[in-house]
Design a binder for this molecule. Structure first.
Ligand SMILES: Cc1cc2nc3c(=O)[nH]c(=O)nc-3n(C[C@H](O)[C@H](O)[C@H](O)COP(=O)(O)O)c2cc1C
Length: 406
């Protein structure tokens, strides 16, 4: 179950042209299983109809008039009490100022003042407005009080001007909302290192040897660890996937670079290491510093084994008292369980997640995975076909168990 599933999200929308993007945000949240109720300011309702939000959420949309309607006694403070998170997106300079000063002159600002839940603000305003001393001071005041901010970003605004003030795209905002919901989760205060993608071993400045890993499973694990409250370092080979929010993302090309970054991040007090990357087992012995010309021919590419990252971590482990969970993946095309068990023992892992890469419906490139969890005590848990997000949640649950166990 995703962190958004069953969560009560109050979405406040204000009078910015970017409010049309909030319809997409409301839709994404609803599709992820959240109960989304929307509060519109009068200015927001001049840009889009409440019906647009109602159509995508299937839930109530509260407008300014509702503050003085028959439900006033409930709405007055009740909305902010029942919510898991109040997201104000887009948030105008005006509403930021009102909340900073404790003004409560409309349903949204009353709700913000009465809210018992965390508040996440995604500002949107034209070039110059965000950096004006008044707005900057209001934002600083709210940050000091623990209000969370997502954006704004640099870029082109609807007015044609460019600068800082652009509303964060809904796809990225989703990451901030997940982070806000999960920040007090079981891995709060814990560091998790996750690896993803397939490494690139250069032959010349243009060509490389790689593999079919898409990085989807590793990215999903990194997100699931953020959802559980962890401080996540994602060390990734190139994937083409959108850069995730609220984690430290380190891009590497080769197996040797991955090894150096994993060792560094793990030595910096990591509590868990989850290696979902498909790291090259071999690398070319000679790398040409010029592009090899077709007319000259390639000849043979001689390969040499790369250093095994998990074997290095196994050696270091006695010096890493924080490190309680080391989880590896085994992608095999034959003798799946036998090979995975051998890997578990040789690399002294706490868990190996084994998948058969010959299956057409699971594994490399696709959105689903069918995995087997193998534990050092010999227990085998064979899971059915699941989405990579579900596999990620399962793996992170195991990491939580290993990290928190006395
Ligand atoms: C076309 C148009 C676009 C606007 N866009 C923004 C904006 O992006 N950010 C902002 O802070 N104010 C913007 N404003 C000004 C706000 O709508 C105005 O300050 C309003 O009082 C905000 O009310 P609210 O904060 O209650 O929604 C815009 C106004 C107009 C007419």
């Amino acid at each position: 179950m995703s962190i958004l599933s069953g969560k009560n999200i109050l979405l406040g929308v204000t009078g910015s042209i970017a409010v049309y993007k909030a319809i997409d945000l409301a839709s994404r949240l609803t599709q992820a299983g959240a109960n989304v109720e929307v509060i519109m300011t009068s200015a927001a309702a001049k840009f889009v109809s409440p019906l647009a939000f109602k159509s995508v959420t299937g839930k109530g949309v509260y407008k300014e008039e509702d503050l003085w309607g028959g439900e006033a006694h409930v709405l007055h403070v009740g909305l902010g009490h029942g919510a898991d998170l109040l997201v104000i997106a887009p948030c105008t300079a005006n509403t930021i100022a009102k909340i900073a000063y404790g003004l409560a002159d409309n349903l949204l600002t009353i709700t913000a003042l009465a809210a018992q839940c965390p508040i996440l603000i995604a500002p949107a305003m034209d070039a110059g407005m965000y950096e004006k001393p008044a707005t900057a001071a209001n934002v600083a005041t709210l940050m000091e009080r623990g209000v969370l901010f997502a954006g704004p970003e640099d870029g082109r605004m609807a007015s044609g001007l460019a600068g800082k003030g652009r509303f964060m795209e809904p796809s990225k905002l989703m990451g901030h909302i997940r982070h806000a919901l999960g920040m007090n989760g079981p891995l709060k205060g814990k560091k998790i290192v996750v690896t993803a993608g397939g490494s690139r071993e250069a032959i010349d400045p243009v060509r490389y040897i790689s593999n079919r890993s898409s990085g989807k499973q590793g990215y999903a694990i990194a997100q699931a660890a953020v959802d559980a409250g962890a401080a996540v370092t994602l060390i990734t080979h190139p994937t083409g996937l959108p850069e995730p929010e609220n984690m430290l993302v380190i891009q590497v090309d080769t197996a040797a670079e991955m090894l150096a970054e994993v060792e560094k991040a793990t030595r910096e007090g990591a509590h868990g290491l989850i290696m979902a990357a498909a790291v090259a087992d071999f690398t070319p012995v000679n790398v040409s510093d010029q592009k090899i010309k077709k007319r000259d021919g390639f000849g043979q590419v001689q390969l040499t084994p790369t250093e095994d990252i998990l074997a290095r971590i196994a050696l270091l482990r006695p010096t890493l008292p924080n490190l309680k969970a080391v989880i590896g993946f085994a992608a095999e095309s034959q003798n799946l369980l036998e090979n995975a068990r051998e890997k578990l023992a040789r690399k002294k892992l706490d868990l190996v997640v084994a998948n058969d890469i010959t299956a057409s419906d699971a594994g490399f490139g696709v959105d689903d995975n069918r995995v087997n969890l193998l534990f050092p005590d010999g227990i085998l848990d064979s899971l059915p076909l699941m989405s990579k997000e579900q596999v990620a949640e399962t793996v992170v649950q195991q990491a939580i168990h290993l990290i928190l166990k006395k």
